[in-house]
Design a protein around this ligand. Sequence first.
Ligand code: MV4
Length: 445
Amino acid sequence: MFEKVLVANRGEIALRVIRACKEQGIKTVAVYSDVDKEALHVAFADESVCIGPYPSSRSYLDTKSIIAAAEIANVDAIHPGYGFMAENASFANICSECGFKFIGPSAEHINLMGNKSRAKDEMKRMGVPVVPGSDGAVTTADEALKLAKEIGFPVMIKASAGGGGKGMRVAHNEMAFLNSFELARNESMNAFGSDEVYLEKYIENPRHVEIQVFGDGKGKGLHFFERECSIQRRHQKLLEEAPSTAISEETRRKMGEVSVKAVQELKYENAATIEYLVDDDENFYFMEMNTRIQVEHPVTEMITGVDLLALQLKVAAGEELDLEQEDIKILGHAIECRINAEDPETFMPSPGHIEGYVVPGGFGIRVDSACYQGYNVLPYYDSMVAKLIAFGENRNVAITRMRRALDEFMIEGIKTTIPLHERILEHHAFITGNISTSFIDRYFG
Ligand code: MV4
């Protein structure tokens, strides 16, 4: 096992990594920007190194500073968490070249899955169902229109370099298509520096269901069932749960099977999430493969009882993946509420000083947060202040427990989305599991 790991992140995920390291007897090194010296990840780590000023480009996204910190502290490995460096293939490469194990997949796998059109082709080749559409990228408007007519309207135009909803357009008919096509190409060029796009049949009102997977890099793969992430606003997830209310045992088995097959064939190493769109008939279609540990990983940990961060460290250190698919079972139901420092009505950021902070607890409750009373929520970083996770033997128990915990949670001095979560959890459509990606727009828009 590693002796010392550098955590190239901040906030709750930095704490999550440090906690996993501590439990395996691994020393930890925190890195921080000058505005983060009061942050809890600095206090929790064995050592810390300041890597620059607050613009992320000069600290948490600065490869040279992070590598210099790793050299100074003499670590064996670097954990990127999520966001920042987590899906940066060049960073993963430089880590290896400098003799630091990147705790994640190979740069090649990050690269492959970063190109959404290539990722889709590769998945299709491995027998994973994909949305009908163009095979690979389309370049000319003539070719695109011809293809769109073959696919049938409505059609979606997606940026190859996109993901997470950026550079996407829907065209409902032939009239609107060419304009949407040009808009999508321009948007994509401006956002990603590439105007490569591909086409797909548009799936109305889908659900977002994703499979947690793991590979040992030598052809062994495992899945940890699904997470339902349909409750989103502008592609930001608000609440996630596991298992999904949308799929039958049969679909669950199929989604797990094809996902594991892909991981095995790719010889993928470490944690990943395979995202699918699911329609009302439970057809599922590959959307994206995220090559990192995700924000919502705790719901999977709670329903399976497996520490996914510990598993990341073990696999990266070259230890055997001593777990078999039959040993991974769904033991109950878990829900995660992402609590953001935002106005719950307008979603405007609400950074500032936390005057009072009382976290909920009790049976089945978990809080992953890097906040404390007196902490200053900074305007420079994302607004998530806590993840509240409730586990119960079934969905109703998890809902009841979450409502009880939201009621206990006191965060004073800033606005938070706690009241929004309370309203979601008492909504009839949510309680009956009747949710899709339109839920927030429809009921809270
Ligand atoms: C789609 C789709 C409908 N049809 N693709 C949004 C994020 C990006 N990863 C893919 N997305 C979508 N792709 C086809 N062919 C609808 C969405 C979509 C969506 C997907 C998941 C969760 C929320 C969403 C909100 C709007 C649109």
